[in-house]
Structures are given as C-alpha cells and as structure tokens.
Design a protein around this ligand. Structure first.
Ligand code: ADP
Ligand code: MG
Ligand code: ZN
Length: 479
C-alpha cells in the first residue's frame, strides 16, 4: 500500500513589542477606543510620509540573529498593493525581494532526536486595521473600521518546507515562540493575536523527493489548531490522491468548530500584488557595528538554557524542556532553585503543583500569587521536617489562594504541630511500650490517667504532637 508524508512550510507573523508603530509615533497599546491611536501616516492621508522606527529594526534583527539568519547589507521596503477597507493606503508596506534576513534555521527535538528546520527569510511589515462586522446577526448593513492596528510592526518568519508532520509543526512553533519571548522581540501569544500562523501543506508518497501541490491554510488561532488543521488537511489530500484525484493549489480556511477546512480562493483567483520598492523609504542599510551590538546583546537562547539546566541542576531532558518553554517559567525556576538550594525539589513543586494551578486558572506564571520565595520557603520547611509532605501540599494550596508566606500559614494553622495520625500513633506506641503498668491501669478504666498519658506523648514528641489528636487517639485505643 502506498503511504504518504506531509511537507509543511509555516509563515508566522509576530507583533514586535514596541511602544510605537513602525512608521509613525502612534501608540501600539491594545484596548484603546477605536481609531484613537492614529495619525495622518497610519491613516494613509495624502502627503504624509513614513519614518522608520529604529526599535522595530532592532527587534527584527534580534529575532533574525537568534535563528541564525544572515543579514544582507541592504534591504528594501516594498509596497504590496491590494484593496481592502482595513488598508487605507491601498497598499501594505512590507519587504519583498530584498528582505531583512535570510537563511536561518531552528532546531527541534522530535522523538529525542534533533531536526533542523530551515528558515527562508524574515522581513518587516506593517499590520492592517481591523473590521468589525457588528450586528451581522441582526442583519445590520454596517461594518466598522478600526485603524488602531494599522501600522503596528510585524515580522514575518517564513520557513522552508522542511516540516514533516503536524507534531513537528507544533514543536517548531513552540520553539519559535520561546525564542521570540526570550529575546524580548514579541509577546508571541497566538491566543492574544500577537502571533499568527499560516500553514502550507502538500503531501507526497513516502520516499519521493519532488514537492506536491500545496494548500495554504489560514485562520489558525492556536498551536493546537495548527496541528489539528494540518492533520485534517493531510487526510483530505490523501483521500483525493488515493481516489485518483488531483490537489488544486488554493487557500483554505480552517473552521475550528467543525474541525475542517473550506476553500477560500484558488490559485487562479490569487491576486497580483504588483510589488514595487516604496519610494518614500530609503533602502535600509545595516551597518556591521550595529549588527555586532545586537548580536552581543542577545540573551541566552532556550536551547542553550535547556542544556545548562541539565548540566547545572541535574535536571532531566524532559524537565529542562518544560521549564524552558516559557521564559518566565525558566526564570521562576532559577530564582527558586537559588533560594532553596534544592533544584530537584524545586522542579517537582513547579512541574507538579504550580503548573497544575496555572492550568486550572489558565493563568500565566507572571500573575502567580506564589513566588520563588514562597516555594523556597516551603521547601525549607519540609527539609527541616517542620511539616510533613501532606502538610506541605496543604500549605502550597493555601499559599496559592492567600499569597501568604509558608511560615505564616504554618503558624496560623498550627501546622508545625504533628497532626497526622500515623506520626501521632507512633509517639503513642513509644509511650505505651515504655509504660506497660500505666497503660494496663488506663485500659482497666482509670480514665483519669488520660491526662498523664497525653503529657507523656507530648513529651515524646518534643511538644509537637497536636494535643487534640493525641486525646482522640488515646480514647480510640480504650474504646
Ligand atoms: P508565496 O510566495 O506564495 O508565499 P512561497 O514559495 O514563498 O509562496 O512559500 C510560502 C510557504 O510555503 C513557505 O513557508 C514554504 O516553505 C511553503 N511551501 C512552498 N512550497 C511548498 C510545498 N510544495 N509544500 C508545502 N509547503 C510549501
Ligand atoms: Mg507568503
Ligand atoms: Zn500613526
């Protein structure tokens, strides 16, 4: 039987984390009233001239260098012409045949072995505005245009068709996100819309070397959906080929609710953007010193960090992998490990309890009420046997809901006392073994001896046993 493999190339748009837009001084802040963050430049009024934001270039260079791209000495801004109501100028300023960066790559680990996904190019461009089709259900005739996003800086990162499965696509996106966040380039959050991805996929018989006809899938709004859409599209294309049909090159939209793709436009309907260099912007020359300065300023990248975590803290590949997926999580781990001096315990608390809480509340580590000082304090308490592991769980729970420090919780709840039944029973056993006469009289009904026995148990536990628990257990034993 003939088997097929996927050939996938991803086009990722990331919003650069700048205060102002790419060609004007307007704010990029999210959530302003419609059309407030606008000016003649981003409104496309005649005569207004774009001025390139230096910070945009710096961030784009950071991303490019972080994935090992080569930076040609000159890149050129070009106009991509098309009509749409969210594009007041009638063209988008982008880069075309002379992009900022070319020939990079990104490494992913798939089933324990490394795979290199080549990156074809990275270029800068401006975002378009947003259309609000309010009241579509009410049959309203009106749509609204909000140009706050028009001119927000983006980079587009285009991979070579080197990705071979939906799983690899998922890993590529996760790694790319981690790199962009680590370098302070982008918040890179797909759910928040500052990372967007179009996926190109063709299929071919296993072992074949030529590429099949590709389909581009749009409207993907989470990593999970990218992966699901690719699986779905693989099956669709395979069905067509197996029944002797032919794939047509087209753009399809993913419908997450129905988990299917629908044709949007075919190659014949594809528009010609009539790209040409933007005469309002000079070719961009990147000087060697600037490049060197940016290169020097790059932080430790996720891959290097993963390696270091394994060497320095003795973590497993898996542990190091999960911790470095999110820069803030890695930072949290390192701070806690330094405070607690117990990297293994630290990783356990983070991967088990903290991540579980974050998942429950779908919150980010940045908003966690539990800080590294909390976790380190908790570890100290368990190391010093001040609290049992069951109690530690309880304290963690309480830290999460109250943000109180563990010592405070322990004293408020009287947890430093030994309350768990097994431990208290062990103290009682000790006392019983050492005082057979007393015990015999107690068992024969001299209930006033209860107080004496409680005293002995308290003494045996150096005062830590919870008296209420001791009393109850003693009663149980005579009962
Ligand atoms: P366009 O110019 O239409 O955007 P490109 O050739 O630049 O097309 O490719 C866009 C994306 O599609 C790239 O990520 C590339 O890797 C991917 N791609 C190109 N050809 C194929 C193919 N046959 N199968 C899968 N992906 C492909
Ligand atoms: Mg493209
Ligand atoms: Zn503006």
């Amino acid at each position: 039987m003939v088997t097929y493999e996927s050939v996938i190339g991803l086009e990722v748009h990331a919003q650069l984390d700048t205060e102002t837009k790419i060609f004007c001084g307007c704010s990029t802040r999210f959530g302003a009233p419609p059309n407030q963050n606008t000016c003649p430049v981003c409104l496309g009024l005649p005569g207004a001239l774009p001025v390139l934001n230096k910070k945009v270039v710096e961030l784009a260079l950071r991303a490019s260098l972080a994935v090992g791209c080569r930076i040609p000495p000159v890149s050129v801004f070009a106009r991509k012409n098309y009509f749409y109501p969210d594009l007041p100028k009638g063209y988008q300023i982008s880069q075309y045949d002379q992009p900022l960066a070319v020939d990079g790559s990104l490494k992913i680990m798939i089933h324990e072995s490394p795979r290199e996904i080549r990156i074809r190019r990275i270029h800068m461009e401006e975002d378009a505005g947003k259309l609000l089709h309010e009241g579509v259900e009410q049959q309203s005739e009106a749509s609204f245009v909000d140009l706050n996003r028009a001119g927000v800086p983006l980079i587009e990162i285009v991979s070579e068709p080197d990705i071979r499965s939906s799983e690899e696509a998922y890993l590529y996106l996760k790694e790319l996100k981690a790199i962009l966040q680590t370098c302070g380039v982008s918040e890179a959050n797909m759910e928040e819309g500052n990372l967007r991805c179009d996926a190109n996929i063709s299929i071919r018989q296993n072992g074949a070397s030529e590429l099949g006809t590709r389909v581009e899938i749009k409207n993907l709004n989470s990593f999970k959906n990218v992966s699901r859409a690719l699986d779905h599209e693989f099956e669709r294309q395979r069905g067509i080929l197996q029944s002797g049909g032919e794939i047509i090159q087209e753009t399809r939209l993913y419908n997450a609710d129905l988990d299917r793709t629908d044709s949007m436009r075919s190659k014949e309907e594809a528009q010609d953007y009539r790209y040409f260099p933007d005469p309002d912007l000079l070719p961009l020359k990147i000087e060697a010193e600037i490049l060197e300065r940016v290169r020097q300023s790059l932080p430790e990248l996720p891959e290097a960090k993963r390696h270091r975590f394994q060497m320095e803290y003795g973590l497993s590949k898996m542990e190091a992998g999960v911790l470095t997926e999110d820069e803030a999580l890695a930072e949290f781990f390192e701070q806690t490990a330094h405070l607690s001096r117990e990297p293994k315990q630290t990783v356990n608390w983070i991967l088990r309890d903290l991540l579980e809480k974050l998942k429950e509340t779908s919150g980010s580590i940045r908003q966690s009420p539990v800080t590294p000082a909390h976790v380190a304090g908790l570890i100290h308490l368990t190391q010093e046997n001040k609290i049992s592991s069951t109690q530690a769980k309880e304290v963690f729970h309480e830290m999460w809901s109250t943000a109180k420090m563990p010592e405070v919780i322990v004293s408020e709840k009287g947890l430093s006392q030994v309350s768990d039944l097994d431990s208290v029973n062990r103290f009682i056993d000790q006392v019983f073994a050492g005082n057979p006469d007393l015990v015999a009289r107690f068992r024969n009904g001299e209930t006033k001896l209860q107080g004496v026995l409680v005293g002995l148990v308290m003494k045996a536990s150096s005062g830590k046993a919870n008296p209420a628990v001791v009393n109850k257990l003693l009663k149980d034993r005579t009962g």
